[in-house]
Design a protein around this ligand. Sequence first.
Ligand code: C5P
Length: 402
Amino acid sequence: MDLRDRKILLGITGGVAAYKACDLARRLQDQGAQVQPILTHGALHFVTPIMLQALTGRPAYVELWDERLDQAMGHIMLSRDAHALLVAPATAHFIAKLAQGLCDDLLSSVALARQRESCRLLVAPAMNVEMWEHPATQRNVRTLEADGAVILGPAAGDQACGEVGSGRLLEPLEIVEEVIAAFQPKCLQGRRVLVTAGPTFEPIDPVRGITNRSSGKMGYAIARAAREAGAEVTLVSGPTRLPTPRGVRRLDVTTAREMQDAVMAHAASADVFVAVAAVADWRAEQPSPAKLKKSTPAEAVTLRFVPNPDILAAVAALPSPPFCVGFAAETERLVEQARAKLAAKRLPLIVANRAEDAIGADDSELILVDERSSVTLPRADKLEQARRIVAEIAARLPAFNR
Ligand code: C5P
């Protein structure tokens, strides 16, 4: 419920993607938001106020001069206790009006009348590719951004008009993820963050290998939280089933050595490195090029292991390392072992957790350990924990000398 108690004005303008706004209204409410729909006249060609009212439990307003709104001051009243105005879909025409500050209907008047500090403007464009790419639209979008609006998307792909290209409305769940991100403090704005996540898979033969039960959830949550905080995030991921967090660049790898190569290519330019991956400690010295047969006598099958590189230690040993954060999953003496790791790998911060507790789970209890202190982050879901860790990293960064 990342939007609990958030009041969101959902502005719907006249494009065919308005049908997605109906689902969006529900998905915002799933996250705890209160949704107040406002429609333009154009939107009425695609969706109806009754439908939006049924979906949100609030009357959907259209007219500037609606008698239900206090003292004919609806454009002021509606925006005063709202935390965001989300226009989805936003047509080229409506974006042009916003850029100009025109206010000839209720929605554009609310956009102009809102208090910009407390009621953010989020705009999700949807239009034909030529309209989106037109210099006039691009100019208008830049103007909106300069005025403090956040532009969500658009995505590229098949369009309702039959053409293909940029201009598709983001999917409702993607918009919800962006709205949630817009409310997070931008404590890592302008920073580059590199994250490893998931298990590695070390082949024994073309079909078998050594891996572990890491799901990747914690690393993906850190990547998402860092991006929400304004960072440019690269996620180096072992094999997982998880979707890539929005706005995060993901590099897929399989083995520890592939992970090391991908990390080393980006570590020098990163401000922060968070090593969450459960890297296999060993790999088979010589994976068999052919599948090992069941008929092979057991005594003829021997596996020799060699240790994998320690990626985190290698990054921390760079001449000018990023701020390095390790994860330590232990079954006993958590703080003591975490602090030993902190010293051995020369890290400013390590996050300790109980291995049996954290691997694959949706929530965890964590302990932040540095040279002097250890602080428990009480049990919470992994995204919440990730946001706390990101805030902690951001607080420590200014004092960190590379
Ligand atoms: O030494 P240990 O494996 O317990 O250390 C855990 C931390 O080191 C984690 O942050 C993990 O991502 C990182 N690590 C690594 N490369 C390895 C082993 C662990 O980056 N080969």
